[in-house]
Design a protein. Sequence first.
Length: 188
Amino acid sequence: MRGVQAAGGTPLTAAAGGVRARRIGLLAAVAVLIYVFDLVTKYLVVEYLEKDPPVVVVPDVLVINVIRNSGAAFSIGTGMTIIFTIIATAVVIAIIRTARQLRSLPWGITLGLLLGGAFGNLTDRIFRAPAPFQGHVVDFMQVFPATGFPIFNVADSAIVCGGILAVFLAWRGYQIDGTRETGAEKDG
């Protein structure tokens, strides 16, 4: 097993089971935190701001502008809500299955961000109007409004941050199981 080491530089040991349990706990905690924060913020903006004009939080930087998005990120694929519901469900299942191999702290955070975000938007798609499994996602944060940057929510932010972290970890050779590919293994 030349070229593979534990993320901390130590060889893998029998304690890996305990590490895995702690990492899965971290994944779950991050996912629940993101999910609850997403639900609470969506509830608040729908309850108190949806019918009001946009609220300028920081001029030219941040506006609260509540919209309902039937598409995916950047409103791509509007009218395909059921397809995005199926895709989000598949992503949640894939993350849960992948978690069985989890022994990496950074990957625990990454998967927690992705899972919490996916659950947040999936909840909207399943339970919000216009119909079950065809609901529109509540988006409300608009940064740099003059640029026309898309409006998003907490779940979207978590998914984007988790995606960036996943690319970075893969690029640096960090594996979900806590090992790290070294230069010798990548070259050979």
